[in-house]
Design a protein around this ligand. Structure first.
Ligand code: DAH
Length: 345
């Protein structure tokens, strides 16, 4: 065998290992690997020389080649692992990580104060057997007014300043009362005990006490022999659950086209509250809702026979109630999305 062929392997091995020594980082190592083991690398080139040798030399040449190949590969793997470890150590000491530092606080969300109070109201009525019924915010004129006993040109329509859409007869509901028609038509002839919450819209001057949009919670009970006593008992139980068991309720006669008789409900305000005088304008009483016995025309429009069933209804403004509970003095805060306000609840 010619020694020169094997010498070439020895020279290749030495050069390879020397060059590997000089590679100080991962990129240099990978370049080295391409140079020696890539398609056009030195090792494959050397192996191809086997075909130029006399047949009796080929075996030894191949075996030596495989040994060199293994040595270079092992050296490369070791150098690569060392380079990676060194890079990791360098990055750890350049950006030291103090695992004893307290973590960054994760900001926690919460329910909007309006949602909190709405849910409290649902809970109280749910305990009394009421279900929550939702109905549309974009209403037709007929359901918002007509079917509630207010035909066109009825002067009572002036009680609600209305946003009309460009489609004739379509408007943003001014109260949740049209939901009474929807729930009655869906459940007639069965008895009903429902609260109807949702957004209402009025074309009004925005002030600290009135907004263009606000929530209402409507209540509706329909069934045989429902009386005014049921209405007053329900409202009293509700007000006491929300404001305290010692609270008193006062009923005043009022007018709404969709109830007969109609009432307004006041709640007494604790005299020791420093805001009591301002809130109640010196009377000691605060209005919390309108209510009444459902008008026979409305019952009939809902599909019921007023000879067979009667009902009561009420409408309250949860934002007003929230303002009372939390001493909030500007209703515009509810929809202003100011975190300084929202985070207080
Ligand atoms: N819909 C009335 C309003 O927005 C409130 C109201 C009064 C609702 C009496 C009722 C009711 O159901 O019986 O001013």
């Amino acid at each position: 065998m010619t020694t020169s062929a094997l010498d070439e392997w020895a020279a290749l091995e030495k050069r390879g290992l020397d060059e590997l020594q000089g590679c100080t980082d991962e990129a240099a190592l990978r370049a080295w690997h391409t140079r020696y083991f890539g398609d056009k690398g030195e090792v494959p080139a050397m192996l191809r020389k086997v075909s130029t040798l006399p047949p009796n030399e080929r075996k030894a040449f191949g075996q030596t080649g495989n040994v060199v190949k293994t040595k270079l590969t092992e050296a490369y793997d070791l150098a690569l692992a060392n380079a990676k470890e060194a890079a990791l150590q360098a990055s750890l000491s350049a950006h030291p990580l103090d695992v004893t530092l307290p973590g960054r606080p994760v900001p926690r969300g919460r329910l909007h104060v309006a949602t909190q109070v709405m849910r409290q109201i649902y809970g109280i009525f749910a305990d009394m057997g009421f279900q929550v019924y939702r109905s549309r915010e974009v209403e037709d004129d007929e359901t918002n007014f007509g079917l509630l006993n207010m035909p066109p040109h009825h002067p009572a329509r002036d009680m609600w300043d209305t946003f009309h859409t460009t489609t004739p007869g379509v408007l943003l509901r001014t109260h949740t009362s049209p939901g009474q028609i929807h729930v009655m038509r869906e459940f007639c002839p069965h008895p009903i005990r429902a609260v109807l919450p949702g957004m209402c819209f009025r074309f009004e001057q925005v002030t600290t006490r009135s907004e263009m949009q606000f929530e209402q919670v409507e209540g509706l009970v329909v069934g045989p022999q429902v009386t005014m006593a049921d209405l007053i008992g329900t409202i009293t139980a509700f007000a006491r659950r929300l404001f305290g068991q010692e609270r008193q309720i006062r009923i005043r006669s009022s007018y709404f086209p969709f109830t007969e008789p109609s009432i307004e409900v006041d709640i007494d305000w604790p005299k020791d509250d420093p805001n009591a005088d301002r809130l109640t304008k010196g009377t000691g009483w605060l209005e919390i809702m309108g209510a009444g016995m459902v008008h026979p025309v409305v019952l009939r429009n809902g599909g019921y026979d007023p000879q067979q069933v009667s009902g009561f209804a009420f409408g309250l403004g949860p934002q007003r109630i929230t303002m009372l509970k939390h001493a909030i003095d500007d209703i515009r805060q509810f929809w202003a999305n100011d975190l300084r306000f929202l985070q207080q609840f």
